[in-house]
Write a protein that binds this ligand. Structure first.
Ligand code: 2BA
Length: 107
């Protein structure tokens, strides 16, 4: 068994989760925040048999889009901070980790 941990853009999370549950996967959603941009994203946990991992990743891939996001930046001159040119970063589609599950029980 594997645990898939997927960090998904907030705007795509609803449709990803909808399609995963429609296909019969059990999903847990966590509201999370990216450490770099400090904006909200969604982390989804999905426990699946090994042979379902690729099917789940295909669904996440299908419904997650990448986006350009502009981040304000600051420059340090001496002891003072000044606004400088905003930085554009590409966020997502999704960042996916696949972990081995040692034991799975519902009691
Ligand atoms: P954030 O940490 O807010 O990062 C948003 C986007 O900013 C990243 O998109 C990446 O394009 C850029 N970025 C992040 N850290 C950077 C840095 N130190 N220098 C320059 N650019 C940087 P994604 O790579 O698509 O990541 C989207 C979100 O997924 C991240 O939000 C974070 O919450 C999560 N994430 C991505 N990779 C991760 C990892 N290896 N471990 C844990 N969380 C991860």
């Amino acid at each position: 068994m594997k645990l898939i941990v997927a960090i998904i853009n907030h705007d795509d999370a609803h449709v990803v989760v909808h399609n995963l549950t429609k296909e019969g996967y059990l999903v847990t959603k966590l509201s999370t925040t990216g450490g770099f941009l400090m904006v909200g994203n969604m982390t989804v946990l999905i426990g699946v048999p090994d042979d379902k991992v690729n099917a789940v990743i295909r669904i996440i891939d299908k419904y997650s889009r990448s986006r350009k996001q502009v981040m304000p930046s600051m420059s340090e001159v001496g002891l003072k901070m000044f606004p400088s040119t905003p930085v554009e970063v590409t966020v997502g589609g999704a960042t996916i980790f696949v972990l081995n599950v040692e034991r799975y029980e519902k009691v």
